[in-house]
Ligand binder design. Structure first.
Ligand SMILES: Nc1ncnc2c1ncn2[C@@H]1O[C@H](COP(=O)(O)OP(=O)(O)OP(=O)(O)O)[C@@H](O)[C@H]1O
Length: 565
């Protein structure tokens, strides 16, 4: 389609190109007193056809440009969503958003008009110059000298447009990142009275983007002026020199007018070429930013040979999956202190394993390693006896239900939230997990039941409700392993009792590992793993550990009991 659009635009250009020639013939025929014949009709036809072609060609190219952008955006979206957790932890998502929106948009013009328009302009310039050479070789020489000046000037100016655009787009990306920071911690920003400071940072980024944008405009304006100035000079020189040549009888007045019309006509292609070249610089800057995403680390979900012994689709309760940590060492980055310095424990069969330890002991990180968000630095994490890195991530994660500490609720209906991990779940399945997660009462209270909007732009759920929605979501996946990062926030007695019940019921059917912040959780646990300073300090039941482990005793009496109260 790009080609068809290009050819149409090009034909439009050709039709435009012959117009001065027809005009030349008309003037010569008038001068010689010859009959005009069909010349006027041909000229009118050429004007109309040229106009139609020049409208339809660019339309087709714009359309194709939009389709190209769609392809680029689809690819980019897929790359972004498949980035590793480690990469996203490091990146500013606001900047990534601007790559998807603003940079791809810049690319659109390049993909359509610029490339074809540029080529068409070059072709028409060559054609025009050839016609000029045919009309009068001396005047052609003058024009060519001016064309050489234009070329040199462009070679100097164009790279500066590219550099300025890159900086302008980077500034826009920075602005997105700052805005994301302010909106992400909106309450904290307000509560800290930091609105003005955030506005100042945003303003600074916006001013930066404006300044860089102005620099682009300056260079573009300069490119336009510097391209047309030599042409204008050529126009005057041709007029003067041509007049003299007509007076000498070296050329006819018709040829001079034809030549001048041609020069005038070529202003269009020259303008297009200058514009195309500067847009190309802009587009290349955008391409560079979009391509950077290619170099980020992404996950391949289907690599790995192991597959679960029982698939999600098989009926009946699925066997609980076993988890083993075998002398696992882990650090988030090479220059950071290790989080795990040799963690060993096993959680197998149905039942509840509670992970406890001081804040920052690496409890949540254990879940990240089981989910394959990060690879262990040394040692091995095994699920069902197979090392995590040997699993296909898709298969591995399909066995696991994961409830984050902050248990995010995504905007959309409650049903969408529940079926996020199990899109094919039936209404009965949903009803069952709603009951299991003690959500029936809440659902009954909502205006549209399961179809009520929750999260952003919907009903705000309490911390306890969010956790139970997250658990219901995880249970709907019929997990063989449930990882639950208990909310640290206080829950009311009713919510807490409900949560405990849900957890214990799940533990009857599957392997549940919970990062415990509550005494009620650890007292119900079948085994408790006490983590301290990157190592497993002790494993046992609440009663055993109270007797045998000093740190656990302290934790239980201070931290867990405090949370309990
Ligand atoms: N993405 C990350 N990059 C770098 N360091 C991290 C990252 N996530 C966590 N850490 C660090 O790793 C350590 C362990 O964190 P983790 O969240 O596993 O602790 P935790 O035991 O779950 O703590 P809490 O009980 O307070 O939630 C902490 O010192 C934390 O600062």
């Amino acid at each position: 389609m790009l080609l068809v659009g290009g050819v149409l635009t090009f034909l439009g250009g050709i039709v435009g190109l012959v117009q001065p020639l027809i005009a030349m013939s008309i003037i010569e025929a008038l001068g010689a007193g010859d009959p005009l014949g069909d010349l006027l009709w041909i000229l009118s036809g050429a004007v109309l056809v040229g106009a139609a072609l020049e409208a339809f060609g660019p339309y087709l190219m714009q359309r194709t440009g939009q389709n190209i952008i769609l392809t680029v955006r689809r690819r980019l979206v897929s790359q972004l969503v498949h980035l590793t957790v480690a990469e996203v932890d490091r990146l500013k998502s606001g900047d990534l958003v601007s790559r998807l929106t603003s940079d791809t948009n810049l690319l659109r013009t390049v993909a359509s008009t610029t490339v074809i328009g540029g080529f068409t302009a070059i072709f028409m310039l060559i054609g025009g110059l050839a016609v000029m050479a045919w009309i009068d070789i001396v005047l052609f020489g003058v024009t060519l000298a001016m064309a050489a000046v234009v070329t040199v000037v462009m070679l100097v100016v164009m790279p500066r447009i590219g550099a300025a655009t890159r900086e302008s787009q980077t500034a826009l990306g920075d602005m997105g990142a700052i805005l994301e920071r302010a909106l992400g911690a909106f309450r904290t920003v307000k509560a800290s009275g930091a609105e003005d400071r955030e506005i100042a940072s945003l303003d600074q980024a916006a001013v930066e983007a404006r300044d860089k944008g102005v620099t682009v405009a300056v260079w573009e304006a300069l490119a336009g002026v510097l391209a047309f100035l030599p042409v204008n000079i050529a126009f005057l020189v041709v007029l003067g020199l041509g007049g003299a040549r007509v007076a000498d009888g070296a050329m006819t007045i018709g040829s001079l007018i034809g030549f001048l019309l041609m020069l005038f006509y070529l202003m269009g292609p020259i303008g297009s070429l200058v514009q195309a070249l500067s847009q190309l610089q802009t587009g290349l800057a955008a391409v560079a930013r979009v391509e950077q995403v290619d170099h980020l680390e992404s996950e391949d979900l289907s690599v790995g040979t192991a597959s679960p012994t029982a698939s999600l689709t098989s009926a009946g309760p699925l066997p609980a999956a076993q988890v083993e940590f075998d002398r696992v060492e882990f650090r988030y980055e090479d220059d950071l202190a290790p989080v795990h310095r040799g963690v060993t424990f096993t959680a197998s069969g149905t039942g509840l394993t509670a992970l406890v330890g001081p804040s920052g002991a690496g409890k949540t990180t254990i879940f990240s390693l089981i989910e394959g968000f990060y690879p262990a630095t040394a040692g091995e994490v095994r699920v069902e006896g197979v090392a995590v890195q040997d699993w296909s991530l898709r298969e591995l994660r399909s066995m696991i239900g994961y409830v984050e500490q902050d248990a995010p609720v995504l905007s959309g209906s409650l049903r969408d939230n529940l079926t996020l991990a199990a899109p094919h779940a039936t209404d009965e399945d949903v009803a069952a997990v709603v009951a299991q997660a003690r959500l029936s009462e809440m659902v009954a209270r909502l205006p549209d039941g399961l179809d009520s909007a929750v999260g952003p732009r919907g009903v705000t759920l309490s911390g306890g409700e969010r956790q139970r929605v997250a658990i219901a979501r995880a249970l709907l996946r019929r997990p063989r392993l449930l990882l639950l990062d208990e909310a640290t926030s206080q829950l009311d007695a009713a919510n807490e009792a409900a949560l405990r019940q849900v957890m214990l019921e799940a533990a009857e059917r599957t392997n549940v590992i919970v990062v415990a912040h509550r005494l009620s959780t650890v007292t119900s646990a079948d085994q408790i793993v006490v983590l301290d300073a990157g190592r497993v300090r002790a494993v046992g039941t609440h009663a055993e550990l109270l007797r045998a482990d000093g740190l656990y005793r302290d934790l239980a009496t201070e931290q867990l009991l405090t949370a309990e109260n």
